[in-house]
Write a protein that binds this ligand. Sequence first.
Ligand SMILES: [Zn+2]
Length: 604
Amino acid sequence: MRIPSGKIEEIRAAADIFDVVSGYVGLKRRGQNYFGLCPFHTEKTPSFSVNPQKQIFHCFGCGEGGNSISFIMKIENLSFVESAKLLAERYHIQIPESKETDEKEKAKLALYDVNRFATDFFVRQLWSPAGKAALTYLQKRHFSEEVIREFELGFALSSWDALIKEALKFGFSNEQLKAVGLVIPNKKGGYYDRFRERIMFPIHNVSGLIVGFGGRILQDRPDSPKYINSPETAIYRKSRILYGLFQNRETIRKREKSLLVEGYADVLGLSQAGIKNAVASSGTALTTEQARLLLRYAPNTIILYDGDLAGANASLRGVDILLQEGLQVKVAVLPEGSDPDSFVKEKSVDELKIILSKARELIDFKIYAFTAGNPLQSPQQKAALVNMLAESVGNIHDEVMRNLYIQEIARRLNLSETVIFRAVSKKKRFGKKQEDSVPAMPAREIHGVRFQAEREILEILLRFPKMIPAVYHHLELDELKYPEHRQVMMEIYEQYVNTGRINPQHVLDFVENGELQKYIVAVLVKEEEVAENVLNQWTSDCIRSIKINNLHIKAAEARTTLKEYEIKKNGKKVLELSQTYAKMCRDIEQLKKKVFLSGEEERL
Ligand SMILES: [Zn+2]
């Protein structure tokens, strides 16, 4: 879906940065700006600033920055469109939508309403006389009312159509109930409730919308599974959901660490014990999407494993995916026979904290689990271990991290790095995945003169809009080499041509590259004045540097072609090209002396 740019404008005008941020961060005035504790990194003294004049936020600690829409994107983990919509809703701005997407979106949004309705219904049942047995069960397991309410636990009655009847009464349709997997068609063309006599765990996505349910049987029966879950639906993709992330996301972000457990009850039990950074995958193997989701909130994760060492070793293969996506993974093991929930209730939180503090790095743990703590017996055993570890490490996208792990394994096993490196290379899959990790900009060029000159031209345009006409006069869009720089410049030029002025902070909406966005904000918060003559020379130098570099590239190309014709002995072409090449060299020499700005140019 696209939001018309006029609407974006309207949203931005309404969603004042101070107003938006103060909904999340306590702000105190200091001079022109407001300061508060940064929500994106842990700190004790405020370095997070909001500038109402420029309508931007910027953290001097971690470098995060942007406008009101990007603030929502970051803090709520939403896309640009989702954030704009959220703000539109908050500030009562109607967004016109095309008919077709309108219908589809509406139908999809209605499914969340169905789940919300069902959740409320299940919650009501749990706290009604009909839910007494279920509530007693939860109390026996020592779940507090607070945690039951926070996670919106409910109860599905022992009935074939209690939910259906109630939902129809409230205007929902059988088709909608089926679309979210709450009912199952019967042979007579009707439907029956999927969840019966079960304790209901609603599953929230990161925005807090309910996408599905897990249902635990109240009375264990051999003919019924202990847990059943909603099927995959248009709004429930199991591979993208982590149970508990919605409730615990702020703590995970603050503590920079998540805790991976197996069951819903574990997330609840830990939360109740004050450990509010646990998440669980819904009984499925971990996926790439889940790993990336976790990484968006925190770089570290501890897998809290309950079970024996041998079992751990086998099931830990599934968690390599976390390593591959760049998470720092540790493993902690509970004593046999206890799970996180029962452990904190039977023992204590402090004991659990001790176990967590002793968590081992994943690789370290794998070695430990493989050898069961004993020294390695035979060369064969060592080779098998190297192979297993190579498999874990081989798919880590980040080359630096991969090499660090290789060093670590070599050190731990007392083998040479070359041996490990070769084993890892053999296991490495060269799939499409690897391409994803290639940065948009080649790292070695980041501090190149050319790159720097383009960045500085953008800085000049954003900080000193009066310079736009002069730069516009001398520098064409396609003279910039980096596409993301070109995009920013295009935005500035377009605003200037269309309106005769620019709003520097609006440019941020068109920047997808996070690093570039931070750069722009850092530029926008700069307050120092620059003397007119210095500014002229600075601008002139940047333009010159870009133009010379472009000519150098062209000259190099001409030289290569020239060489080819020399080999082919094509005299005519050789003559032609040598003249072109010579002219380019002369042009470069002239450019070096050229002053682009005299100070006489038009200024905004
Ligand atoms: Zn910060």
